[in-house]
Each structure stands twice: as structure tokens, then as C-alpha cells.
Design a protein. Structure first.
Length: 351
């Protein structure tokens, strides 16, 4: 079996961060979202992984590399236009061949992994095995409709009036039958080749399609609040690990990670939290659910429920909360608000 991980897309809901960094490389619990996805795929024993990227030589290729450190072989497949999930399958056909494969959206975060969904596919080997999750806003997703016997009867992409609250969550297992479906369908009203249309085509032909409801944690990390929520979830699963330097004047709570080369001086760190490699945190209070990236400086500050990307400096800020701070940003306390703000930025200041 192979895997196809989709990592294209512009990430408009995560601007301005996604202007300079692919959304799949945003860190959650100290690691890029995409790496968490690759971990889940490798736990299934899959070593042959294709990653869809928007351009050749992308930053994703630089960050993930050959796959050797994951124990995998990675092939990068270019989808040069955002023409839909089924289109991604079409352009990846030379890589996929006639093998069974799992398709995984690279900005998905699942706790509990893919084992049960993969087990269903291995047991029954339908043409398509879908993963679904009950959501309060199904009109934002592809929706699965079931009959009284819990058999899949219809799929609809972002319906205006959903008939079900079971949303597709971006994990699909396919046999080679999907390629006939992808070749048969036409672009939707959105101008995209929809994977829901491909699966519906298989249903209409009588091909077996199964769905399993995922009851563990799942989140599409497509918006800032979702990224922060995923960070809380995954940080809460980390065991304590102290490799860097923590002085005698500092106090650490449970589930705190201090990575190699990091220094914690005269600080209180309440877990779960992670201090990235090479970072210096001094005279500060780091609250729960905070992930500080690599080579950051935090001094005389209070930070909680936030993600600081690499090379960030925070000095004299006593109430940083619920924030995403991009690479190389500098945040300093002052008597008055002074902002240098780029396009698509969202800022809240104390009145």
C-alpha cells in the first residue's frame, strides 16, 4: 500500500502566516503539522509516500526531505493548480500505479491514528473506505448520507442544506478503482474535480463503498483557532523531557519539554509546554499550552496558550495569550500601542 498526502493549497484562512510558510509546516506541539500526519501513516507500516506540492522545489521539500528520517521513501508530485482532490489523484497516477493507497489531507490532526480505519479497509477491501466525523457545521464539508442499515448512499460536497452531520475528514482508502472514477467525472460548479463526485460515481456503478465514524480527536487545522486547539491537544499528550538547561531558580510543572540547547533561567513554566532547541527564556512565566520554537528569546514576559515560531523575540510583554507569532517576529512591551502590520493581519489590543 502507498500513501498520498496533500500539501498544496494557499492556506488563505491562516494569512499572514501562510504568505511565507506553507500551512502544513506550521508547528503544533513543536513539530510541523505535516510531520504528525507522516507519523500516523508510518504507524500503518506504509513506507512509500507521495506528497502533493504546489510548486517544484517547495519549502515542504526542504523541510521534509527524502523521508529517510521517517523510515520512508518520499516522492514529491506537483499539482500546479488547485483543481480539487480528485485532480490530485489524477496527477499522482504515475506514482500510485495500480496499488491500494490512503489519501490524507496534510492539515488534518487525528488523535488515535488511522489504525481502525485501515483495519476496516484491510478486512473488507472496498473500492473506497471513508472516514467521517459528526460536526455541527456540515455545510462546510463533504457530507456522507447513510441509509437505515448504515450503508453509504450519497455524498455531497459542501451542501447548502445538509441531510447528514457526518463530514468527510480527509482520510480515504482506495483501490485502483478510483482512477476510473476520477477519469469519468467532470469539474463541479466550483471548477474542481471533487473526490466526493468520484466516490459517488463508484457508488452509482455499484462499487462497494464503506464509511467508519471516527470518534477520537480530529481537527482540520485550517484556521488560527484550530491550530491553537490542536496544539493544546498534542501538547497534553507529551511526556516531560528536560534536555536543555534549567537553573535552580526556575520551577517546572508537569509535561514540560526543554529541548537541547534551550536555557530556562529564573522562570516558572506550567505544563503542558515546550521550549524549543536553542531558545532562551528568562525572568518569565510560561503558562500552559505554550509552544516556543527554536532559537527564540523570551524575557520578562508572560506567555500562555500560544505558539511562537522559530527565531521570535518577546521582551517585556506581560499578557501574551492565544497568539500565533510568525518566524523572526519581534514583540516588545511599550507604554503605548505601536504597530507595524502587514496584509491580512489580525490583532487584538487591550483597550
Amino acid at each position: 500500500m502507498k500513501a498520498l498526502v496533500l500539501s498544496g493549497g494557499s492556506g488563505t484562512r491562516l494569512r499572514p502566516l501562510s504568505h511565507s510558510l506553507p500551512k502544513q509546516l506550521l508547528p503544533i506541539a513543536g513539530r510541523p503539522i505535516l510531520e504528525h500526519a507522516l507519523d500516523g501513516i508510518r504507524r500503518l507500516g506504509i513506507t512509500d509516500i507521495g506528497i502533493i506540492v504546489g510548486t517544484p522545489g517547495s519549502e515542504i521539500e526542504d523541510a521534509i526531505g527524502s523521508g529517510a528520517r521517517f523510515g520512508a521513501r518520499i516522492t514529491y508530485v506537483v499539482q500546479d493548480e488547485p483543481a480539487g482532490l480528485a485532480h490530485a489523484v489524477r496527477v499522482a497516477r504515475p506514482f500510485l500505479g495500480d496499488d491500494d493507497f490512503v489519501m490524507y489531507l496534510g492539515d488534518n490532526v487525528l488523535a488515535g491514528g488511522l489504525d481502525e480505519i485501515a483495519g476496516d479497509f484491510a478486512r473488507w477491501r472496498p473500492a473506497a473506505q471513508l472516514a467521517a466525523y459528526r460536526v455541527p457545521d456540515p455545510w462546510n464539508f463533504g457530507v456522507v448520507e447513510l441509509d437505515a442499515d448504515h450503508r453509504v448512499v450519497r455524498l455531497c460536497e459542501k451542501p447548502a442544506e445538509p441531510r447528514s452531520d457526518l463530514a468527510l475528514i480527509g482520510v480515504y482508502f482506495f483501490t485502483a478503482a478510483v482512477h476510473r472514477a476520477v477519469d469519468a467525472i467532470r469539474p463541479s460548479a466550483r471548477g474542481e474535480l471533487e473526490i466526493t463526485d468520484a466516490v459517488q460515481w463508484m457508488l452509482d456503478r455499484g462499487d462497494p463503498v464503506r464509511v467508519r465514524e471516527h470518534t477520537g480527536y480530529w481537527r482540520d487545522a485550517g484556521k488560527p483557532e484550530d491550530v491553537l486547539e490542536c496544539n493544546r491537544q498534542l501538547l497534553g499528550e507529551l511526556p516531560s523531557r528536560i534536555v536543555g538547561t534549567v537553573d535552580a531558580a526556575s520551577r517546572l510543572g508537569s509535561r514540560v519539554v526543554v529541548e537541547p540547547g534551550a536555557r530556562v533561567l529564573r522562570c516558572s513554566v506550567e505544563g503542558p509546554a515546550i521550549i524549543g532547541a536553542g531558545s532562551v527564556v528568562e525572568d518569565s512565566w510560561i503558562g500552559p499550552y505554550t509552544a516556543i520554537g527554536r532559537d527564540c528569546t523570551v524575557r520578562d514576559s508572560r506567555v500562555t496558550d500560544s505558539i511562537l515560531l522559530d527565531h521570535v523575540t518577546v521582551v517585556g510583554v506581560h499578557g501574551l495569550h492565544g497568539s500565533l507569532v510568525g518566524r523572526r517576529a519581534q514583540v516588545a512591551g511599550a507604554a503605548q500601542h505601536r504597530l507595524l502590520v502587514g496584509d491580512d493581519t489580525s490583532i487584538e489590543v487591550a483597550a
